[in-house]
Design a protein around this ligand. Structure first.
Ligand code: ATP
Ligand code: MG
Ligand code: MG
Length: 393
């Protein structure tokens, strides 16, 4: 039997392993943590650092093809693996997605085809650039200063209102390469999942509407009518052209902002892309006839990509570690019994050993016969577990 490999042992790797196993594949996970969500369920667990040459050689030896499950995997490791095995997505595109400066340049390069641009921004890599922005780019304030590399879940970002705050924020972030982005008046956020095969075949999911709380995804609304149809079509087409333009292979998630209409952006602005399945696509496991992880397996194995069909409206609620703590700060298992007694609730726990505030421990997908009943159950679940984000945009 063939073996598929994944660099990284988090929950995305775990769900990839589950999907691969369903098709009869063996899996190999390279991950230093002995207790990782993916390592615990994989046939092979190579327990070493992502850049260990011996570990990478072992992974390549075992596997027919290799993918990655987290964004900040050293692109060099993918490069090494690619010398002997098919690797998807490639080191080159992962490298672009890992650097906001290159990522925005890519979005700009395909703006003519994708029909979307990113928020107005400036690169701040040097003191001279900082001073130039302070002197001449008042249009970017208030804005968000984001580190070019290694940020996720809103980490590595500081909101700034004045040029003084900008200078202080750049120092606070270690004076590393950053982008200053204009703060946009968001009316909503959405993301689109695209899968593209080695042969260029492309399939995609309809856009899902996302609600973030404190920079972390809290709720995903996945059903018809979750956003205006014309915007949804534009976002989906834009994501496909963004994937095609870089010859992407694998599953790609493109995040968009929806801004107040009548602006120069025509309502839709591209934010960033993740070169892998995405938290906002977890509902596809329960609400679609092929999940984002199934498509990841198909792309890697060179199998035909089914155009996924969503069979139920769905709302996904993220379960952060906070849910495991009661009001006086004591650890306690959430009341799954009450949650699971509600119709259409699907609980996914990632097998993480320790709950910590802000840590992604699992998610709940609620499916049902119609949007109204899904919403009703979602509100009841959110009430039971004190989950945020169901009322906000
Ligand atoms: P992820 O975990 O999705 O990779 P990230 O840390 O890379 O997140 P972003 O997606 O850049 O961060 O920003 C996180 C959130 O902050 C966005 O989803 C959005 O809610 C808000 N945000 C970011 N940039 C802007 C902006 N220019 N204007 C308004 N809100 C913004
Ligand atoms: Mg990001
Ligand atoms: Mg984001």
């Amino acid at each position: 039997r063939a073996t598929l490999g994944v660099l990284g042992g988090g929950q995305l790797g775990r769900m990839f392993v589950h999907a691969a196993q369903r098709l009869g594949y063996f899996t190999a996970v390279l991950e230093p943590d002995a207790q990782s969500p993916a390592g615990l369920v994989s046939h092979h667990h190579i327990q070493t650092n992502y850049d260990d040459p011996a570990g990478l050689a072992q992974l390549a030896h075992l596997c027919q093809a290799i993918t990655t499950e987290f964004e900040n995997v050293p692109a060099q490791a993918l490069q090494t693996l690619a010398q002997t095995r098919p690797v998807a997505p490639s080191a080159a595109v992962v490298g672009i997605a890992q650097n906001r400066i290159e990522e925005k340049a890519h979005f700009a390069a395909c703006a003519a085809v994708s029909g979307v641009t990113c928020a107005p921004y400036a690169v701040v890599e040097t003191t001279a650039q900082l001073q130039a922005v302070q002197a001449g780019r008042a249009d970017l304030l208030p804005g968000i200063l984001k580190t070019a590399r290694m940020g996720y879940d809103g980490k590595g970002q500081v909101r700034v209102k004045t040029t003084d705050e900008l200078a202080a924020a750049w120092a606070e972030l270690g004076s590393v390469a950053c982008v200053l982005e204009k703060m946009l008046p968001l009316t909503a956020e959405c993301s689109v999942l695209v899968a593209r095969g080695w042969d260029g075949q492309v399939v995609s999911f309809a856009p899902q509407r996302n609600v973030h709380v404190n920079g972390i995804l809290a709720v995903t609304h996945a059903y018809e009518g979750n956003m205006p149809a014309a915007l949804a079509d534009r976002a989906r087409d834009a994501a496909v052209s963004i994937a095609q333009h870089i010859g992407y292979v694998g599953v790609l998630c493109v995040e968009f902002f929806v801004v107040e209409d009548g602006t120069e952006h025509g309502g839709l602005v591209v934010n960033e892309m993740a070169p892998r399945p995405h938290n906002s696509g977890h509902y596809t496991l329960d609400a679609c006839d092929a999940s984002q992880f199934d498509l990841q397996v198909h792309t890697m194995a060179g199998l035909p990509l089914p155009q996924p069909r969503q069979h139920s409206p769905a709302i996904m609620l993220n379960l952060l570690g906070d849910v495991w703590f009661d009001t006086s700060g004591h650890l306690q298992e959430p009341d799954w019994h009450s949650v699971l007694s509600l119709p259409g609730t699907h609980l996914h726990l990632y097998g993480k050993v320790e709950a910590r505030p802000g840590r992604k421990m699992g998610h709940l997908t609620i499916t049902g016969p119609d949007v109204a009943s899904v919403q009703t159950v979602a509100y009841r679940v959110a009430g039971l577990l004190s989950l945020p984000g169901l009322d906000a945009i």
